[in-house]
Design a protein around this ligand. Structure first.
Ligand code: GLN
Length: 428
């Protein structure tokens, strides 16, 4: 009994240390690079507080949400809740890790190309990106305005549904927020899924760099749905894997425009002792932004410049339309699409620090849903040989969150993935 008590105390001490690590930013006014006094209270947060939720702090994330590894030049790295020598995924790294290790039951994040689903998958929790415009973006620091969407993190589908219920719905302060009525998400969960058609997106399973362990685990999740009475349908989305190239034109373009407001004048970091306005602006931006942010601003400014906007930004928008049409066609014959969330499990720390392109590929399978504005969820479906969680992604049509949550809930109840989890001292 004494040995057991000692072991429990050791785990608790480790958990406390982890909580301190992930809840690193207790000042809610701190964002991205440097200290930013945020002028507004986000609608999603205000609604959660009005519903009785208590905010316990701000969590670490990639600087300005640009990144997929949880590296933050200003605040340090966020570590994986299962294995600290691996990354937590990004950009909402702290949200994934904090929910996984029990520091908080629920969290939120924003998903522009996968930033809710990727850290959810990396940390073995659930992450939901709602339909574009389902949740108000008011008060959210803008990254790519045509892609950003706020979504929940939770340890189970029912909690995610409840959180979405609170934050979803019209907001007069965000003109892109949809006026559509909010259904009762919890009521939809327990409807049986027998007879639903699940599309297995062929291109995802043929994608270069797809880890065989990830593939096997996600196919087993599909088989589980089949056992529940779903019909598995082979579906082609020929433009699916073009999402990433399209994204890395559109997202940096919009980011370069959005980040122009950090000029050292109104808010954000300001360089000390500048001689004049021009020097203050250029030094504030040079000193305040990290490497990844600068890289995106350079790419975006280039893609939007007069001589290139037709060749890059406009072209990318045209490909985006083709991606959306692929989805429209697919949803003509199936109810939900199934893919892996990411081609691999979490990277080791530093594995891609010198290679941004390798990091960008982590979002290969999450980006298409942002391109088409569709709701998508990542939930745990297994573990790899190293004991790291694997995520399966489900996607439905616009405003079909009820269907998405229903399929996810039925899968979760049948698969009971966490009952087979490997031992991890930091994940309760
Ligand atoms: N990892 C992607 C990027 O680096 C997506 C980030 C996000 O969704 N905020 O842009």
């Amino acid at each position: 009994a004494r040995a057991r008590a000692r072991e429990r105390e050791r785990v608790r001490a480790a958990l406390r240390a982890r909580v301190r690590e992930v809840v690193a930013l207790l000042a809610a006014e701190r964002y991205g690079a440097g200290v930013v006094a945020h002028p507004t209270a986000a609608t999603a947060l205000a609604r959660l507080e009005a519903a009785g939720a208590q905010a316990i702090g701000a969590l670490n994330m990639a600087e300005f949400a640009l990144g997929a590894t949880g590296h933050n030049a200003a605040f340090g790295d966020c570590r994986n809740a299962w294995q600290p020598e691996f990354v937590a995924g990004g950009s909402s790294s702290g949200s994934g890790a904090a929910v996984a290790c029990g520091a908080t039951a629920l969290s939120i994040g924003s998903d522009t190309g996968g930033s809710v689903r990727i850290p959810a998958a990396a940390n073995g929790v659930l992450g939901l990106k709602p339909t574009y415009g389902r949740v108000s973006r008011y008060g959210l620091v803008a990254f790519a305005s045509s892609l950003d969407q706020v979504g929940p993190f939770a340890t189970n589908v029912a909690d995610a549904a409840e959180l979405l219920q609170v934050i979803a719905g019209e907001d007069p302060r965000d003109s892109t927020c949809l006026k559509a009525p909010v259904p009762n998400y919890t009521a939809a969960l327990q409807q049986p899924v027998a007879g639903l058609k699940v599309g297995i997106v062929r291109e995802c399973f043929e994608a270069e760099g797809l880890d065989p362990e990830v593939k096997a685990s996600v196919m087993a999740a599909a088989a589980q749905l089949e056992a529940l009475g779903c019909e598995l349908v082979d579906v082609g989305c020929p433009r699916f894997n073009d999402g990433i190239a399209t994204y890395y034109v559109i997202a940096p373009s919009e980011a370069s425009a959005n980040l122009a407001r950090y000029d050292g004048v109104k808010y954000g970091y300001r360089a000390a002792d500048a001689a004049g306005l021009a020097e203050m602006t250029s030094r504030s931006r040079a000193e305040g932004f990290g490497d990844e942010v600068k890289r995106r601003i350079l790419i975006g400014t280039y893609a939007l410049s007069a001589g290139y906007v037709d060749a890059y930004y406009k072209k990318a928008q045209q490909v985006r339309t083709l991606i959306r049409r692929d989805f429209d066609r697919a949803f003509g014959s199936v109810d939900v699409l199934l893919t892996p969330t990411s081609p691999t499990t979490a990277f080791g720390f530093g594995a891609h620090s010198e290679d941004p392109l390798a990091m960008y590929l982590a979002d290969l399978l999450t980006i298409p849903a942002n391109m088409a504005g569709l709701p998508a969820i990542s939930l745990p479906c297994g573990f790899d040989g190293a004991g790291l969680p694997i995520g399966v992604q489900l996607i439905t049509g616009v405003l079909q969150e009820e269907r998405l949550l229903q399929v996810a809930w039925n899968y979760e109840q049948a698969a009971r993935v966490m009952e087979k989890r490997p031992v991890a001292a930091l994940v309760p």
